[in-house]
Design a protein around this ligand. Structure first.
Ligand SMILES: CC(C)(COP(=O)(O)OP(=O)(O)OC[C@H]1O[C@@H](n2cnc3c(N)ncnc32)[C@H](O)[C@@H]1OP(=O)(O)O)[C@@H](O)C(=O)NCCC(=O)NCCS
Length: 228
């Protein structure tokens, strides 16, 4: 399989703890061969979706290689999640002008989720579906302190990263209203509180998740990692 061309993942790597490996590209990589098990996910997809999927897999193979792992199929699970080789956790993201993957050995990280979004305003309608409790006030306050960052996007992206870290272990849907997010804009971190014990959470380790955010050019990046 082909190697990634130009890789720009310093900003993403800076969000990840030791043990994680990342690969990113700003443009689709052409001609990425897919394994037959991967083809199933994009057999009927339009070219644009196929390209972003294949580039995500190319990023995944590059990131896995940095962990010393061979090129392996990463099929798509029934909920859309990437199915990593045994002993690996990881996450894939794509948005306009950015595709990336981060992986780690399960011995080092219990869960990993990443997300990329354009650093542009979230449609007001979407914000209403995403922000609950104190989160709207938080977004307004941060916009006053640091107007160049689209804090509604950071909030949205952070919740998507939480979901991607959470789902492969919990195997249960999580609503935006189920996660209470706080953001520390000076430290570049965020914290996500998930439903308390008693609700059918599959894993007690995932009740408070910590993450990091950054703006890299036009893109908001978020990452959630659960260390051992
Ligand atoms: C799955 C979801 C999180 C993807 O996020 P997105 O910003 O739309 O798109 P991204 O490009 O960043 O990520 C897509 C990748 O996420 C991964 N993904 C999809 N479903 C997933 C799941 N259930 N668990 C983990 N990863 C998943 C896949 O790798 C996918 O890329 P691929 O199909 O090329 O492999 C989003 O579409 C979704 O369903 N959100 C609703 C649930 C949610 O976010 N709840 C938040 C509660 S806090």
């Amino acid at each position: 399989l082909t190697r990634l061309g130009s890789v720009s993942c310093r900003a993403l790597e800076a969000l990840l703890p030791a043990g994680a490996s990342a690969a990113a590209t700003r443009a689709d990589v052409s001609g990425v061969p897919l394994f037959p098990e991967e083809e199933a996910a994009v057999r009927r997809a339009i070219a644009r979706r196929r390209d972003e999927f294949a580039t995500g897999r190319a990023c995944a193979r590059a990131a896995l290689e940095s962990l010393g792992l061979p090129e392996l199929a990463i099929p798509t699970g029934s909920a859309g999640e990437p199915r990593w080789p045994a002993g690996v956790v990881g996450s894939i993201t794509h948005c306009d002008g950015y595709r990336a993957c981060a992986v780690a050995r399960e011995a080092d990280l219990a869960a990993l989720g990443i997300d990329a979004e354009p650093n542009r305003p979230l449609p007001e309608r979407l914000l209403a579906d995403v922000a609950f409790g104190d989160e709207r006030a938080l977004v307004r306050r941060l916009a006053g302190a640091e107007p160049d960052v689209r804090w509604d996007r950071v909030l949205f992206s952070a919740k998507e990263a939480v979901y991607k870290a959470w789902f492969p272990r919990a195997r249960r849907r999580l609503g935006f209203e189920d996660v209470a997010l706080t953001i520390d804009h000076r430290a570049g971190t965020f914290s996500a509180e998930l439903p308390p014990p008693g609700l059918p959470l599959a894993d007690g380790a995932l009740q408070v998740l910590s993450g990091r955010w950054a703006v890299d050019g036009e893109v908001v990046l978020t990452a959630v990692a659960v260390t051992r």
